[in-house]
Design a protein around this ligand. Structure first.
Ligand code: SF4
Ligand code: SF4
Length: 463
């Protein structure tokens, strides 16, 4: 796949290939680390887990889907990353720091960062001895253009070139289950790609073969039934203390992570964790939950609890975190270097918080941006993020007679405009539903847009 074709295809069939345009949209830069007083992060205390073939894998894995970008739409004008809007020097610094602190697992995809993730990751990693790191990447053949065998194989070969490696340590069928058994068959069975990848593994060019799962449990069951024939070396699942305790199968047909994890553990398949923070939603909680956690560990961040939870089960191989800023990286390192598993009491507390969180009427959006771009330019992840933040921070007030109604109304409307430009807000959604087929959380996006718009309309009408 050449990048020009990738971009062209993505623009020409925006709704079909929305996932291809997932940018390196950076998370809001965090406030100064709450835990500066915890001191230096040791370079020799990383927790390691053992992979299927004896690999020692760092419990913190680097999710490379959110590399930092240059400011003001700038692009690199020279060097191997010429034309890219990724801030390669910042990527190099992050990778150097991660390597120095023991992170040896780097998770990329041909589709992340507008198709430039593997290249940026390869540039940064190739400055280090090959035996010091492991790369994971994916067959991200979502677009029908890539379903024919030769196009999928082309995508596979390009990953080696972009990552500058001769072997891929962990190779995944990307986001299995989202399009049901029919989509799965087209992407991997009918074109013989599963057999091809098994042959590549037998030839030693792939060390571990697995899949990432989002979706239809029928596909999960098929994959598990085929384990004896295919032999999955690992499987990547969405795992956090909300999905563990509160199955959202009706809203997001991912199955609960307790079921998925136990199914893998019973077959002795190592699990790689994605969405430990539910797309940053578990990085900040409501006041009550925050107070409960801060009472136990005042200096630890709220996010650190989610990371400790994700690492506590023994068959978890590594926990992926998309770390854009050094502050993210340092905070996450503190959770795993050294690692302190949760006690039974702490586990119970997080399960209780997970239940309460799931009862809260937030939109289960993880800000992955797979639904983007919307043909009507709605900023779907930001609309949901703003709504969720307002709910979590207690800025929603339905009762017009409440004493704080006017204050909260003003705050909500001004922060909405500050986060999402007027022409990209929920009221511009026409309900076409084109975004829905790409959502790994199976959110009814137009319905949620309507819900948010109704709330906003009500606030405006009472002005
Ligand atoms: S349903 Fe709304 S948000 Fe989704 S693609 Fe259509 S206009 Fe955009
Ligand atoms: S709505 Fe779905 S696809 Fe879009 S950003 Fe949220 S979780 Fe991702």
């Amino acid at each position: 796949m050449d990048r020009r074709h990738f971009i062209h295809t993505a623009s020409a069939a925006a709704a079909v290939t929305a996932v291809a345009l997932q940018g390196c949209k950076t998370e809001k830069k965090p406030e100064a680390a709450e835990e500066a007083s915890l001191g230096e992060i040791p370079t020799d205390r990383m927790e390691y887990r053992t992979g299927e073939h004896g690999e020692q894998v760092s419990l913190l894995g680097y999710g490379c889907m959110r590399w930092p970008t240059l400011p003001n739409g700038e692009v690199q004008t020279e060097g191997p990353a010429k034309g890219s809007d990724i801030d390669q020097e910042a990527v190099n610094r992050l990778v150097d720091y991660a390597m120095e602190h023991g992170i040896n697992y780097y998770d990329a995809s041909p589709m992340y960062c507008k198709g430039l993730c593997e290249q940026a990751t390869g540039i940064a990693l190739s400055r280090h001895p090959r035996e010091k790191y492991m790369v994971a990447t994916k067959l991200s053949n979502f677009d029908p253009y890539y379903w024919p065998r030769e196009k999928s194989i082309e995508m596979y070969h390009n990953s080696f070139k972009n990552l500058q490696v001769d072997t891929i340590d962990f190779y995944l069928l990307h986001s299995v289950g989202g399009s049901g058994m029919e989509g799965f068959s087209k992407r991997y069975i009918d074109n013989g790609m599963i057999d091809f990848l098994m042959e590549e593994r037998a030839a030693g060019r792939i060390k571990n073969l697995g899949f990432s799962f989002h979706g239809d449990m029928a596909v999960w069951d098929w994959c598990m039934e085929q384990h004896e024939r295919i032999h999955w070396d690992f499987v990547q699942i969405q795992h956090n203390y909300v999905d563990w305790t509160a199955s959202r199968r009706t809203e997001a047909h991912n199955g609960d992570s307790q079921y998925l994890y136990n199914d893998l553990a019973s077959r002795n398949i190592p699990a790689v964790v994605m969405e430990p923070l539910l797309g940053s939603r578990l990085a900040s909680l409501n006041q009550h939950a925050t107070a409960e956690l801060k009472a136990l560990e005042p200096q630890r961040s709220i996010a650190s609890w989610a990371f400790r939870f994700a690492g506590t089960q023994p068959k978890i191989l590594t926990v992926l975190s998309g770390m854009t800023y050094m502050e993210h990286l340092q905070d996450n390192l503190r959770s795993y270097a050294p690692f302190k598993p949760l006690t039974d009491e702490e586990m119970s507390l997080l399960e209780k918080i997970g239940h309460e969180f799931a009862m809260f009427p937030t939109v289960p959006c993880t800000a992955c941006a797979y639904c983007m771009p919307c043909p009507y330019d709605i900023d779907i992840p930001e609309v949901f993020r703003h709504f969720n933040n307002c709910l979590n921070e207690g800025l929603m007030q339905d009762d017009e007679t409440a004493s704080d109604y006017k204050k909260l109304r003003k705050k909500y409307l001004s922060s909405y405009l500050g986060k999402v430009s007027r022409d990209r807000q929920a009221d511009h959604c026409i309900g076409c539903g084109k975004c829905m087929e790409h959502c790994p959380q199976n959110i009814n996006i137009p319905k949620q847009m309507q819900r948010i718009d109704q709330y906003e309309q009500k606030l405006r009408e009472s002005l």
